[in-house]
Design a protein around this ligand. Structure first.
Ligand code: HXC
Length: 259
């Protein structure tokens, strides 16, 4: 397995790829090199036949405190464009397999945006979600305004982005930003268990289900319904559809081949 400097990578359960952000001294500030490693690790898991679902986490104390303020304090717009600062985050959207963020402690700025860019979030009771960029004289740049408006609604998104309103884990659950909240001792195990359950399912159906749900945020209802219908039809070309329905009718467990 590739060795990295800023992240740790492991496979803690069958079918599950885990990436830990590992720069606790700077609260996992999302430097360019760290983001580069993160995207490489996620892309490697995405391409790995043995992996069905990924988990992205930090430490129990901090998920990530945002983009590295030192790294960008003196930047010019031209440098940001030349370095494709933020553009590399777009790779997250091209992953076909699901990614679960396991968030404990601070998820601030780019850290909150990173969690929002994942497909699901399992939070610890200590998680804090916020977009404090306004305190730095800027705004979120990796999807915060867009994804929060779509997730928690316009009113709360405005308060978070304009006035640094932070959400506790319980609030984040109430507003639909996270799937579930668990004690700090067990949030990562819960996220891994959820990932393992998903990884044990029919892989092509999981991928197309992710694609279809994401499409709901991109299209008008008519187009989204047609898109979903076509993916549904397409799955009838898979062995797993035949196996899944045969297993139901024969009252046995299905054995997925991923074909
Ligand atoms: C660089 C950071 C950092 C960051 C923390 N550190 N956050 N370094 N970039 N985003 C560093 C501190 O400088 C310090 O290093 C060490 O981590 C510990 O931080 P402290 O502030 O001493 O700890 P504490 O008092 O416990 O406060 C923790 C904190 C605070 C609440 C997380 O550090 C904080 O507010 N951080 C900034 C959060 C933020 O504004 N995020 C948005 C960034 S902009 P030293 O060496 O001094 O010990 C952004 C834009 C995204 O994310 C755009 C798309 C990419």
């Amino acid at each position: 397995m590739t060795t990295y400097e800023h992240i740790l990578v492991e496979t803690p359960a069958a079918g599950v790829g885990l990436v830990r952000l590992n720069e606790p001294r700077t609260f996992n500030a999302l430097t360019g090199p760290l983001m580069h490693e993160l995207m490489s690790a996620l892309e490697a898991f995405d391409a790995d036949e043995a992996i069905g679902c990924m988990v992205l986490t930090g430490t129990p104390k901090v998920f990530a405190a945002g983009a590295d303020i030192k790294e960008m304090a003196q930047a010019t717009p031209v440098e940001l464009m030349q370095k494709a600062f933020i553009a590399r985050w777009e790779k997250l959207r091209t992953l076909r397999k699901p990614v679960i963020a396991a968030v404990s402690g601070y998820a601030l700025g780019g850290g909150c945006e990173l969690a929002l860019a994942c497909d699901m979030i399992v939070a610890s009771e200590t998680a804090v979600f916020g977009q404090p960029e306004i305190n730095l004289g800027v705004i979120p740049g990796a999807g915060g305004t867009q994804r929060l408006a779509r997730t928690v609604g316009k009113a709360l998104a405005m308060e978070m982005c304009l006035n640094d309103r932070r959400l506790t884990a319980a609030e984040a659950e109430r507003f639909g930003l996270v799937n579930r909240v668990a004690p700090v001792e067990s949030y990562l195990d819960e996220a891994i268990a959820l990932a393992a359950q998903i990884a044990a399912r029919a892989p092509l159906a999981v991928r197309l289900a992710k694609e279809a749900v994401n499409m709901a945020l991109e299209t008008p209802l008519n187009a989204g319904l047609a898109y979903e219908r076509n993916l549904f039809y397409a799955l009838f070309a898979t062995k797993d559809q035949k196996e899944g329905m045969a297993a139901f009718l024969e009252k046995r467990q299905p054995h997925w081949s991923g074909e």
